[in-house]
Design a binder for this molecule. Structure first.
Ligand code: HEM
Length: 422
């Protein structure tokens, strides 16, 4: 394992290869530990993570939510930094997107997003997901093996969010190619190149859809968005709405694909669990929660202290960056006994922070849970034995998995599995 104080979490790709070990080591020093390279307070304790979420946005701004300390702040913090953040927001990465908004701006935009994700839309989407999974599995089942991230998870997550939004069928393959199956490599020096709208490459396409929907409304989410208003009755305008659509599309794609791959790994590594889930498919939701706890796809949720604050008894000076490490909080033995054991029977299996908490908690969680559940239900029903490829990953007890070398997302670079058809 990489020695925690020596390694730079934000640029050392080796840390991603043993994340639980690194985070446990940090937590053993202090659940709110200031790492020496970027001076970031690394929050690896469960209660401490909740303390951070409970103090947003009064004490903690989300302006650095996605990229944390990189690039460095475009200003020198002085005292209460609320005004400085507002003055320089446009110079900071991802700040055109909801995840980095604060306060009333965040609440008003989030309300628009939440109103889109109605029960009716999710129900219709579930019917689509069932058909999509059948098609994808039909195309794979006779092969008896696949690389899960490229052959299944990427197409599933992209097509599901495309359908939910109402992206025309004829554009969906194109979007799959545009999003690319390769993992996002945002860590280290790459972080310095990120602008306020890294989803710009999708913008014109979604602006086009929204403009068309205003002229020709349909029964889809893009139409709802094109017609949406803030609660005070004002219209955000199509440019803002296009950014919301791009963010929803991106957020729903990358993360869910990683969850699918980790779920398949857990099945392949535990034939006992696999057999149990085949006879008790109603337990798949708890299984997914335990995958989210042990391998949360969003690695860091970063915040900027707008004023002096306290977390876990540690003083956080105004202007400091904190990174809540979901993988640390989710394996904190004070909350999850025997944290490294995969056990979906554990009490409080949904307590994890994989979807964050509080004002910025993931609004796509019900969709992510549903699409992975439907995928696992069908895959388990149509196979009798899902195995990790020993040729690619080594034998049980000595597996080799390569993780994406980024500090923001936790994902497998590839997962090769084999199966027998049922
Ligand atoms: C396994 C899948 C997913 C995981 C692990 C995940 C995780 C997260 C996390 C951790 C956050 C909050 C980050 C923070 O507090 O700084 C978040 C926010 C968000 N997620 Fe997800 N997400 C997933 C799937 C989805 C899907 C499918 C959608 C879209 C339908 C979605 C849409 C969003 C949006 C819009 C936000 C921003 C919320 C806000 O800032 O108010 N996510 N997600």
């Amino acid at each position: 394992m990489t020695d925690a104080p020596e390694a730079d979490f934000f640029s050392d790709p080796e840390i991603a290869q043993d994340l639980p070990g690194y985070l446990a080591d940090l937590r053993s020093k202090c659940p709110v530990h200031r790492e020496p390279h970027q001076n970031v307070f690394m929050v690896t304790g469960y209660d401490e993570a909740l303390e951070v979420f409970n103090q947003q946005p009064e004490a903690f701004s989300s302006s650095v939510a996605v990229t944390g300390p990189l690039p460095p702040l475009p200003f020198t913090p002085a005292g209460d930094i609320r005004a400085q953040i507002e003055e320089h927001r446009g110079e900071m990465p991802w700040t055109d997107h909801l995840a980095t908004f604060d306060g009333s701006e965040h609440a008003s935009h989030r309300a628009i997003m939440q109103a889109l994700l109605t029960h009716k839309r999710l129900k219709a989407n579930e019917d689509y997901v069932a058909g999509l999974v059948t098609r994808l599995v039909d195309g794979l089942i006779e092969r008896g093996s696949c690389e899960v991230t490229k052959d299944f998870a990427h197409a599933l997550s992209t097509l599901v969010i495309a359908d939910l939004l109402g992206v025309p069928e004829e554009d969906r393959d194109d979007l799959c190619k545009l999003m690319g199956p390769d993992p996002t490599q945002l860590g280290g020096d790459e972080g310095f190149k990120i602008g306020s709208d890294p989803l710009m490459f999708l913008h014109d396409r979604f602006l086009g859809y929204l403009t068309e929907r205003l002229a020709n409304p349909r029964d889809d989410m893009l139409t709802d968005l094109a017609q949406s208003k803030f609660k005070d009755g004002t219209d955000p305008g199509l440019e803002v709405k296009a950014r919301l659509a791009c963010f929803l599309f991106g957020a729903g794609q990358d993360t869910s694909a990683r969850l699918v791959a980790f779920s398949f790994r857990a099945l392949g590594d535990r034939p006992d669990i696999q057999a149990k889930l085949r006879s008790e498919p109603h337990r798949i939701p708890e299984f997914i929660e335990e995958v989210l706890r042990t391998d949360p796809p969003v690695k860091t949720m970063s915040r900027l202290a707008v004023k002096d604050a306290i977390v876990g008894g540690v003083t956080i000076p105004a202007g400091s960056v904190l990174s809540v490490c979901s993988g640390g909080a989710n394996r904190d033995p004070r909350h999850f006994p025997d944290p490294d054991t995969f056990n979906y029977d554990r009490p409080g299996v949904r307590d994890h922070v994989a979807f964050s908490r509080g004002t910025h908690a993931c609004i796509g969680a019900p969709l992510a849970r549903m699409e992975v559940r439907v995928a696992l239900e069908q895959f388990l029903a149509r196979t009798s034995d899902i195995r990790i490829s020993e040729a690619m990953h080594g034998p049980a007890g000595a597996r080799r998995y390569a993780y994406e070398p980024t500090y923001m997302l936790h994902g497998l670079q590839a997962l090769h599995v084999e199966w027998d058809s049922a």
